[in-house]
Ligand binder design. Structure first.
Ligand code: EPU
Length: 342
């Protein structure tokens, strides 16, 4: 084991531009990068009175001002197979430390035939960020394969294990996102060995229609192809994935919209609300591929706001408000950001 570094490096007035995929500029009063849980605890102890922000890969947040507190960028890696790989058990349990790259971990599972994460291929970010906003794509959500999340309470330094139910998962939400009180250190996944493709999502079914019995590798490859066609690479065009959540609206609102837009995507939920498509609403409000100054929506997927060169997060806010205003004016629907804004 690595010894605790008693003189862990703390950086002051640290530039966060390379720690948010939108590439906005902001200074952190203090910044640190713990490599072990011991270092992390030390870092929390040394700055118990500071406001704290944890950044994984920074793919789902941006800054509008400097951060007056401690930014923690953990670098704690490792994968531990709890189940015996040689045994052919149906259930596979695997613990992964938070700083591992999400898609590398998905690839690792797909190669070994561990089933459950293939639809979530190519989502940018770290493993630790996955439960925070309960990442989802192509009919799957990460909550369906999480057994447990291990996190440190940033106030007390105590390690707490959250069962799936205790994570309070919801659409792009969890106890971790709501409280901002915990730092995720590892996630235990419950995967399976048997795979039968179940059609769940139109785009994915279409991509796989020529294959009679898709394998998980086929599903991963198909998801990667769709994402590469539709979504901009944040390294080329800074963005943070879907900017808004897909809204939930009432049946009455839906009926009203359907009169003028009969092709509105509408999915009835258990609670009676209708989940609709933010991309559709933005598109029909005239904001698909629209650019104002350095900020715009991506032409292939208007739910994604892209940054063509600004370093000021307030430019993104101004554009966001304009999109929200347009959608509100056209459909009387409020769009709520999915991206975290600091
Ligand atoms: N649409 C349009 N115009 C367009 C593009 C899409 O009207 O130009 C409409 C279409 O009706 C389409 C619908 O939007 O059927 C849905 O589009 P898409 O399948 O791309 O999915 P999404 O609902 O816009 C969600 C997630 C994505 C995830 C995809 C695929 C949210 C906020 N976003 O987007 O997640 O990859 O489904 O499952 O739930 C992310 O969270 O960062 C993210 C990219």
């Amino acid at each position: 084991m690595k010894p605790i570094n008693p003189e862990m490096d703390y950086y002051r007035q640290f530039q966060l531009k390379n720690y948010n995929s939108f590439k906005t500029e902001a200074l952190a009063k203090i910044f640190c990068q713990p490599n072990t849980i011991e270092e992390l605890r030390q870092c929390l102890k040394d700055h118990s009175n500071e406001k704290k922000l944890v950044i994984g890969s920074g793919c789902n947040l941006f800054f509008t001002k400097d951060f007056d507190g401690l930014v923690i960028h953990p670098d704690i890696k490792g994968v531990r197979l709890i189940s015996d790989e040689e045994e052919e058990d149906e259930d596979i349990f695997i613990e992964v430390n938070a700083s591992e790259d999400w898609d590398e971990f998905v690839a690792y599972c797909v190669e070994r035939g561990f089933v459950g994460l293939e639809n979530l291929s190519l989502i940018p970010g770290t493993v630790g960020a996955a439960p925070i906003q309960n990442i989802g794509a192509y009919g799957a959500e990460v909550k369906d394969v999480i057994r447990e999340v291990v996190a440190v309470d940033m106030e007390t330094g105590e390690t707490i294990s959250f069962s799936n139910a205790e994570c309070e998962f919801a659409y792009r939400n969890s106890i971790f996102k709501r409280t901002e009180k915990y730092l995720v250190i590892s996630v235990v996944f419950h995967l399976k060995r048997t795979f039968v493709y179940t059609p769940k999502y139109f785009d994915l079914n279409k991509e796989l229609e020529e294959i009679a019995e898709p394998t998980i590798q086929d599903v991963r490859d198909a998801v990667i192809r769709i994402r590469q066609r539709k979504l901009p690479d944040e390294k080329v065009l800074p963005n943070a994935g879907s900017f808004f959540k897909n809204p939930y609206i009432t049946q009455k609102q839906t009926d009203k919209i359907l009169i003028k837009y009969p092709d509105l995507p509408a999915y009835l939920q258990k609670d009676g609300l209708i989940k609709t498509s933010a991309a559709f609403l933005i598109d029909k409000s005239g904001y698909k591929g629209k650019r104002i100054g350095d900020i715009g929506t991506y032409p292939n997927q208007p739910l994604i706001i892209v940054n063509y060169g600004s370093t000021d997060g307030n430019d993104i806010i101004r554009f966001m408000k304009e999109v929200q205003h347009a959608v509100k004016g056209t459909f009387d629907v409020e769009l709520e950001p999915e991206v975290r804004i600091f």
